[in-house]
Design a protein around this ligand. Structure first.
Ligand SMILES: [Zn+2]
Ligand SMILES: [Zn+2]
Length: 302
């Protein structure tokens, strides 16, 4: 069987396996197990795959990076370099031809699932892709990327061996499916529904519902406006658990070079809000262009 057919088969088998939740006994500790598995692996994806590998929003020790990357890989969304490399292309071509998953370019189904399964159209990651170029030289990360099926398989087997079918279903099948859709929703829902604080050239939107299930990633219009920030929620009331974890790591010396939201972005947000209210705008920053191509090419991975 070819790799692509196997990928499609495994994907839909896992999707269908979430329905087993109706065939095993219900208990509240199992719901807690779903939550732990969903949200912890979500942090792995957002903290390591997204904010570190794709955007270099902060640095962390190699061992911590491996642990978070392994947790992210156990989410069954392929390898960290594959994931982050495609994500860089998403920002580069956001909602234009070349975007691997834009509902405006290729329709909602393809942007949500199709691109992940049948990724022939944009699956070639150039060696010059900044993620591939800089992180494939770390053997432990290259290993995770190549053998991406090991962490999810290991998690599933460990759960089954410990707690039988109920643990497998509530600790792996259901949360893997909910986390897949929470992640994919950033590509679809967040480019269709929500508010636009910044007038970016793409269709990105802020959405509190996706922010909750994708641990902070739902503040996607903020993020498209300024990719490098370690926080996607730009204000304290924008729930961003990934940011809280990064901040806690920084407090104990496990994260550094944490990229802030520049003051000019807050000024821009105030100016846009004032203009929409019809108030006179006293000062609009001259460099308030919508581009977000300021990828951290200069930041050397450690
Ligand atoms: Zn986006
Ligand atoms: Zn991003």
């Amino acid at each position: 069987m070819r790799t692509k057919q196997l990928t499609v088969l495994v994907f839909w088998t896992v999707q269908a396996s979430a329905l087993l939740v109706f065939f095993v006994p219900f208990a509240w500790p199992l719901v807690a197990m779903w939550a732990a598995s969903h949200f912890l692996r979500a942090i792995g994806l957002t903290l390591a795959f997204h904010r570190h590998f794709a955007h270099r929003a902060f640095q962390m020790p190699r061992a911590a990076r491996f642990v978070w990357a392994a947790i992210g890989t156990s989410a069954m969304q392929k390898g960290p370099l594959w994931w982050a490399g495609h994500h860089v292309n998403h920002h580069r071509f956001a909602d234009r031809d070349g975007d691997p998953h834009s509902p405006w370019v290729s329709g909602v189904y393809y942007a949500h699932i199709g691109w992940f399964l049948n990724d022939a159209r944009h699956d070639t990651l150039e060696a010059s892709n900044p993620v591939i170029r800089d992180f494939s030289k770390f053997p432990e990360i290259a290993f995770l990327d190549r053998y991406f099926f090991i962490p999810p398989l290991g998690l599933a087997l460990a759960l089954y061996a410990t707690g039988g079918l109920p643990w497998l279903v509530w600790g792996f099948c259901l949360p893997t499916v909910t986390l897949a859709h929470a992640t994919f929703a950033i590509n679809t829902v967040n480019h269709l529904f929500g508010s636009r604080r910044f007038e970016t050239i793409d269709e990105s939107r802020n959405n509190p519902v996706t922010a909750f299930f994708a641990v902070g990633e739902g503040w996607h219009n903020n993020h498209h406006r300024y990719q490098r920030a370690a926080r996607n929620g730009f204000y304290w009331w924008e729930f961003d658990p990934t940011w809280y974890v990064i901040r806690a790591m920084a407090a104990v010396g496990l994260a550094w070079d944490v990229q802030p939201v520049p003051a000019r972005l807050y000024a821009e947000a105030r100016a846009v809000r004032a203009r929409r209210r019809g108030q006179p705008v006293t000062s609009v920053t001259a460099d308030a262009g919508p581009l977000g191509f300021d990828l951290a090419e200069d930041a050397e991975p450690s």
